[in-house]
Design a protein around this ligand. Sequence first.
Ligand SMILES: [Zn+2]
Length: 452
Amino acid sequence: MTKQYFLLSCFIFISIVVCAQSPDGGGHYESDRGECISERQRIENERVLEANRAFLLANGLLKHPKKTRNLSLGWPLQQAAGFDYCSYYGISNFVDHNAAYPNQVLDYDCGSRTYDLASGYNHGGVDIFLWPFDWNMVNDQQVEVIAAAPGVIVGKFDGNTDMNCDFSNPNWNAIYVEHADGSVAWYGHMKNGSLTNKTVGASVVMGEKLGLVASSGSSTGPHLHFELHDLGGNVIDPFAGACNVGGANQWANPKPYFDPTINVALTHSDPPVLNPCPNLHNTNKKDTFLAAEDIYFAGYFHDQLINSSATYTVKRPDNSVYATWTHVPPVYYAASYWYWKYTLPANPMYGNWNFSISMNGQTCNHPFVLKNPAATLLAENEQNAALFTITPNPANDFVRISAASEWVVVYDIQGKLLGTYHQQNRLDIRSLESGLYIVKSGTQFQKLLVKH
Ligand SMILES: [Zn+2]
């Protein structure tokens, strides 16, 4: 993405001028499409499930299903405790309702957000991928697979590799739950060893943790393949739409076909770097900054449409607006991110700042801190002997600084940045008034007393 600095349009909003501002960078995520489950594995899974069902029915662990379809599905994913992204996923594929193939696809809304293959495979589920920083989320165990409806476990496959990036691995980790109406939910591509300890035949309640998202089986990245079958083993699409002929909505809280959502607002030291599967991404997340440092404000979205204008606002600790701008994406992306580079003021208001993004009535906040190095250092009673040295100290004309890093930064006692100096030169302090100053080298701080 090329750097662009031009203003597209402005409008006045409660006496603050808000302008559209082109990002300094960004990108989008597009999943590769292939069989989520191979035909061979599908047949094998169905054989095992049938055998399990027969055993469970014979032993009273599974009831003969009611014929009426009466599902009320919850969302099959949730964020683990301690994580606070506003959203953590996007949708890449729905069920393909056109039995013809290849390249003859029809999702429930008569769109083409699905796929088929020349082999005759029509995608049979909904693919929900993690966004942003998918492999970091897998590594952090940020996203849990949970039961969309209560039922009985009728199948479990575990022990397969879960960092796959292509369609060559046929074996996934998956769990299968049969509901009271005889429908069965398939939860595929899960993390090796993450599946619930409950065995086949055990009951699960709605929302119960079944395991973690990863990329086991035929998969190009971390996602959940959620597939529903009716009593007869036919694929059911839980989304209601004109091209889901005869199908009804099965969700307790149905989502719109396009669901423009802010996933998270973040601050960074440098632009985020998305690495190829299955590597962790360099998030370059940073939440504590010093005066005059560069800061990247980034927004991450799923389903952001070209008319989904997002307003970005940065507020100082006293709630006054430091910067605000708007942005719309150039085209629709299933998942996108945009970032803007700013240089924080040399003499800022220190404390708790806030970066927020608002879109379609949703607001996502991301607090960050501008730390006053003077206040931090003065709060400490003694200086650390391991710190770099300033000689002489106190001083009245020149000082020499022995520091590991090449450059040193000098602040006054209010935390105002006075300048950046090459540490090999003698620092001329004759223009500084008598008093206490703060010198920073790398991540360390030292006091300097100037006495004229
Ligand atoms: Zn899938």
